[in-house]
Design a protein around this ligand. Structure first.
Ligand code: MG
Length: 384
């Protein structure tokens, strides 16, 4: 037995919303809806792990949307939502969960309090759904007349819907082939008593362009704080006929020595971004004893660091790099370097600065023994 897992259902096609990609992969404030939903569970102390059920055509979208998050590997869904959930539940069997929370990936603003309330409700019931009371007056329109409907005892069901794992797996197996409206309906059919836990108005499901606009307003209203990180790196010259600097191959009569491609510019930038996150350094994330990074192109490192910023709901605002060397000359490659860094980090060129200086022939760079890079990254992170 090992805790509570979150199962995010993202296998739908989202046909109600036009666009190039299914709605769960659309961006809100620059971050995929699915990613926001996954982060809410990942960061929650009640949750041991998060798995997403995806459509078989969406693997590339999924990989891009969840890069760096550390989710369990995704599973492929079925022809209906119910089948998708069952696939997801069965896939968790080897983890022997005590509990599972099933959540619509299109509800990106599920809050920590909602997740905690769903989990707490399981202490006294085999299942729980988060829901909010109906506050608007309800009318039934038929035959040209409007009849009032008593809204007392009426609730709007949201997700997560939380269950004891063994109970909901059994209930889903028993309901295979039926078309029930949600997991609560599957549970009720199996005779499981369900508790209500308080949901939230912000935990709405994104189904329309109006919902996208509402989501953008919520994201924009959240406070974000700037963070600054600094990075510094040095590599020594060795034999070779080119050096890699800022992801650009620069012809030279020597090379730079290193476990990876020894790109001091990208290494300093990577450390600057990690510094802004207070998340260690490049060596902690990419050990120089790991054969995977032998000869690696350093753009992998910077892209990873930027992905970590996005994983925290933040974004990189600006990167500033100084290369310190007598040779090679940087100026002829300056524009290419700025463009390359921008591509790797997903920044416009006016948010990338590359400068070069010598040390007036003083010190190791002055003697032409190697190149140093020094960088500053400015990052915007959500507050709290
Ligand atoms: Mg280095």
């Amino acid at each position: 037995m090992s805790g509570c897992y979150a199962l995010l259902v993202a296998a739908g096609r989202g046909t109600r919303l036009p666009g190039d990609v299914p709605k769960q992969y659309r961006a809100l404030g620059g971050e995929a809806i699915l990613r926001r939903a996954a982060r809410a569970f990942l960061g929650h102390p009640a949750i041991a792990g998060v798995r997403v059920v995806i459509h078989p055509d969406d693997r590339a979208l999924y990989d891009r949307a969840t890069a760096g998050l550390g989710l369990l590997s995704p599973v492929v869904g079925g022809a209906t939502r119910q089948e998708s959930v069952r696939n997801g539940l069965e896939s968790l069997a080897d983890r022997q969960p005590d509990f599972v929370m099933i959540h619509d990936a299109a509800r990106p603003f599920v809050g920590a309090a909602t997740i905690a309330a769903a989990r707490a409700a399981l202490d006294s019931a085999p299942g729980a759904i988060v829901a909010i009371p109906v506050v608007d007056s309800l009318k039934r329109a038929s035959g040209g007349s409007l009849a009032a409907v008593d809204r007392k005892d009426l609730w709007r069901a949201q997700t997560p819907q939380a269950f004891r794992y063994a109970d909901i797996v059994a209930a889903h197996r028993a309901a295979a082939g039926l078309d029930l409206t949600d997991d609560a309906a599957v549970a009720e059919r199996a005779g499981l008593g369900l508790a209500l836990a308080p949901g939230s108005e912000d935990n709405f499901k994104i189904t329309s362009e109006d919902d996208i606009a509402r989501g953008e307003r919520i994201v924009a209203a959240r406070p974000a704080l700037p963070r600054t990180g600094m990075g510094f790196d040095v590599h020594q010259f060795g034999p070779g006929d080119h050096v890699w600097l800022c992801g650009v191959k620069v012809p030279f009569d020597r090379g730079l020595v290193g476990h990876s491609d020894a790109d001091v510019g990208l290494h300093a930038l990577t450390d600057a971004v990690l510094g802004a996150l207070a998340d260690g350094d490049i060596g902690a994330h990419f050990s120089d004893r790991d054969p995977r990074w032998k000869g690696a192109r350093s753009e992998v490192f910077l892209r990873h660091a930027v992905d970590l910023v996005r994983a925290r709901g933040g974004r990189v605002l600006h990167l500033d790099l100084t290369l310190i060397c007598e040779q090679p000359r940087i100026r002829p490659h300056h524009a290419a370097m700025v463009a390359r860094i921008g591509e790797i980090a997903g920044l416009e060129a006016d948010r990338v600065s590359v400068k070069a200086t010598t040390t007036e022939r003083l010190g190791f760079t002055g003697r032409g023994e190697g190149i140093a890079g020094q960088a500053v990254a400015t990052v915007l992170l959500p507050d709290g």
